[in-house]
Structure formats: structure tokens, C-alpha cells
Design a protein around this ligand. Sequence first.
Ligand code: FE2
Length: 334
Amino acid sequence: MNILGLSCYYHDSAACLVRDGIVAAAIEEERLTRKKHDSSFPLNAIRHCLAEQGLSGGDLDAVAFYEKPLSKLERALMTSGDLAAWNIDHFISASARLEETIAEAIGYDRGLLYLEHHLSHAAAAFYPSPFEDAAILTVDGVGEWATTAIFAGQGGRIDQRSEIRYPDSLGLLYSAMTAFLGFEVNEGEYKLMGLASYGRPRHTALFERVIRLHPDGSFRLSPEFFSYAHHRDGMFTPALADLLGMAPRQPHEAIGQRHMDMAASIQAVLEQALLNLAGAARRITGARNLCMAGGVAHNVVANAAIRDSGLFEGLFIQPAAGDSGGALGAALYA
Ligand SMILES: [Fe+2]
């Protein structure tokens, strides 16, 4: 059984070939085009995976896509105040033509399997893990509607137990602070995490007005501080600067201690929110092991806090925790 998994059209396009349940080949498009975070149709990655195994499109039994474009479009139409900035025409035509594009590229024309975005992340975390049963926590910016989900994995099964929906998003909160501190969204989050180690979390109390953590593990963001729901390129409102008592750092502005302290503060807030979620995952599933994926699972400092918390005996983080790993999860789940 040969299954091809794909992710594309947002960032970090990738292809993955699974043969009889084993990952035979997987690669991000950017590694072949040398274009960082390449989001285009992963033609080169697909060809690479097939060539690696001496296969052609006709040898494939199924092709699985890592999310449901129509649900994503629904969210954009229902929540965005700036549809022009979404480049909706391009999104619709690219997604609608996906099956046609695959047929033209490799001659495979037997339809696509569309998985939920967070289910793809969950599958990418659980199936490659060493665990027979585990709680699965997926946390990112946003997929279709979900931004966070808890699953129970047992044997070959993955069952969703809860989810948190857009616009409440830890990934978007962290990206908003990435932008606030002068780094590029969907690229500079690791710089924010690194910067945090130079500061002290002196401002965490300020974030109590930004994010509320609930005893059941969930959280809510206060919408007045964020603009990502209204403008695709916007992340935060002037109210955030007022609350934090500092101007957003410009990209070429020198980094000062106050920036480091703010980075340490949002990192501490993120860790608290993730520990709250991990505790809920433990209670809901009863599992002794935890698997994680989604872009936020690239935050290794937070991952270490979860590991050291004692909540779980075993922890597995999918190395391709971001959306490129969705291609892997889609292929493994299918
Ligand atoms: Fe994602």
C-alpha cells in the first residue's frame, strides 16, 4: 500500500510517502527550491519521494491532504474583516484545482482524502511515537477552526476528546508577541524563545488581562488586543502597547533589557497555558504518555517544562511539529 501525504498553500509545503505503514520518504519543498517556507504546490517534493522509491503516480493507492480547504475558507469568510488581504481568489482557485494539479503533476486522478488539520498533526505525533497508548496534544496558530486539540491515541486509533477554536490561539498569541518584539511572524518565534532566556518574567501579571486560563485546561484571549481576525497581516492592536506600557519594537531597533523581560514574560505565560493543557490531557485520557505536535510544539523550552512537570512518564514531540509534518500525519492516518 503506497500512500502520499501532502501539505501546502499556507507555509512549509511538504510531501511524504508511506509504504505499508512505514515512512519511506518525506521532504519539505523548501529543501529543493531553496525558498524558505515555500508554500507552493510541492511538485519537487512529490517527485523526490516517488523517485526515491522508484514509483510513479500510478503506483499510489491514495493521496491524503493535511487539511480541509473548504472549512478553512469558511472560517476566513466568517471571521475576516479584510477579505482582500486574504487573497481569497488565489486560495479558492489553488484549492479547487488541487486534484487537477496532482493529476497533471503525476497522473494520479483517483481523488483525494482530506483530513482535519489537527488530526494530521495528532497522527504525525502519535504514530511515529514509541507509545501503544498516549494522550495527544496539538497546539498551533490555527488550522481550519481548531487551534488546540486533545486526542486519545490507542493502538491504531486516534479519538478527539476536546478542542479550542479560533480566535483563541496560543500560536497566534505567541506570534503576536513575536511581531510586537520586532521579529517576523511564522519565522522569528524561535528568536523570541531564545531572547526569553536573557530576561526575567517581570510582566506576567499584565498578561492576565490578555489570556485567561480555565481549570478545565482551556483558555480565552481578550480580543481587544489582537487584530489577526480582521487583517491577515496584522497581529496586535494599539491597546496591547498601552497595556504593556511600551512601544512595539521596530525590526532594526536595538534589543534592550525591557524587550528581553517581555520575551521572558510571554514565554512564562505560554508555559503556564501549556502545562494547564497537559494537565487536562492527562485527566481526560488517563494516559501516562504524551505526544505533541503543531507549531507551538517547536517551543523546546516549554516542552522541557512539560517533561519536568512529572505530569507524564513519557513524552514524544514530533520533530516536524509544524505544518510540513501534516503531510506525514495525513499519509500515516490514511
Ligand atoms: Fe498547524
